[in-house]
Ligand binder design. Structure first.
Ligand code: NDP
Length: 238
């Protein structure tokens, strides 16, 4: 009997593809994002959809309680919700930096805190954090975004070490470029065009399902096997 998996940011892109893959594999799901109508449109069985802004810790915890009442304890948390607002350091609005750190880093810490204690007590559970290759190397106009993703990778590895003795797994997935809505929130048309050109020169990006298959592979290892980090990108990406 498969146990509850929580996926943040499941209303589009990678999170949506992960929701489909995990549902097909038989997992009951809690899906959270702000665009509830997009979550509902997925129309998956054994699936609770809740409108949650992940920066609202209280709303996230309420959604967890509701899902656990229906499906039992959280077995796996996939912290996927994220924003990428590319910009030049000398002109970018500092509000964009705050937004990225709030969603990509602080909300991720909060959601881990919300589920870790019961996992440690049960000596079972998995947290998969979606970092990025931008959490391993830098790119032009990515300073704040890279800052958040380097933080996600560091936080994931640090917490993995802390909970290993309790049999709980923590993994970071580091995707290269994936075709999703992520770039659309960047305001500079010049930066967006440059990013699209870069994807063309390497012959295109991954699709979201490529990451979803990787996430399922991580979860489906026996509990004593922890894939600490999985870096995945289009073959032609440098
Ligand atoms: P999308 O923009 O398609 O998806 C982002 C998801 O995050 C949406 O479901 C969105 O839902 C959710 N989200 C954003 N802010 C919030 C919030 N405050 N509260 C709740 N949910 C939120 O992009 P991707 O699928 O590409 O991004 C998923 C993850 O993958 C991100 O962490 C991203 O950094 C990472 N990544 C993506 C890469 C790429 O090239 N696409 C490469 C490497 C990593 P809603 O708007 O409905 O709230």
């Amino acid at each position: 009997m498969k146990k509850l998996v929580v996926i943040t940011g499941a209303s589009s892109g990678i999170g949506k593809a992960i929701a489909r893959r995990f549902s097909e594999a038989g997992y009951p799901l809690l899906l959270v994002a702000r665009r509830i109508e997009k979550l509902a449109a997925l129309d998956l069985p054994n699936c609770l959809c809740e409108q949650v802004d992940v920066t609202d810790r209280h709303a996230f915890e309420q959604a967890i309680s509701k899902a656990e009442a229906q499906f039992g304890p959280v077995e796996c948390l996939i912290n996927n919700a994220g924003v990428m607002l590319l910009g030049q350091i000398d002109s970018q609005d500092s509000g964009e930096w705050s937004k990225m750190f709030d969603v990509n880093v602080l909300a991720l810490l909060g959601s881990m805190q919300a589920v870790l204690e019961p996992m440690k007590t049960r000596q079972s559970g998995t947290i998969i954090n979606v970092s990025s290759i931008a959490g391993k190397k830098t790119f032009p106009n990515h300073a704040a975004y890279c800052g958040t993703k380097f933080a996600v990778s560091a936080i994931s590895e640090n917490i993995r070490e802390e909970v290993a003795e309790f049999g709980v797994r923590v993994t970071s997935i580091c995707p290269g470029a994936v075709e999703t809505e992520l770039l659309s929130h960047t305001t500079s048309t010049e930066i967006k065009a440059g990013y699209e050109d870069w994807k063309q020169t390497m012959g295109g990006a991954l699709i979201a399902d490529d990451i979803a298959r990787a996430a399922l592979f991580i979860q489906e290892q026996p509990q004593y096997v922890c894939i600490r980090e999985l870096v995945i990108a289009a073959t032609r990406q440098q």
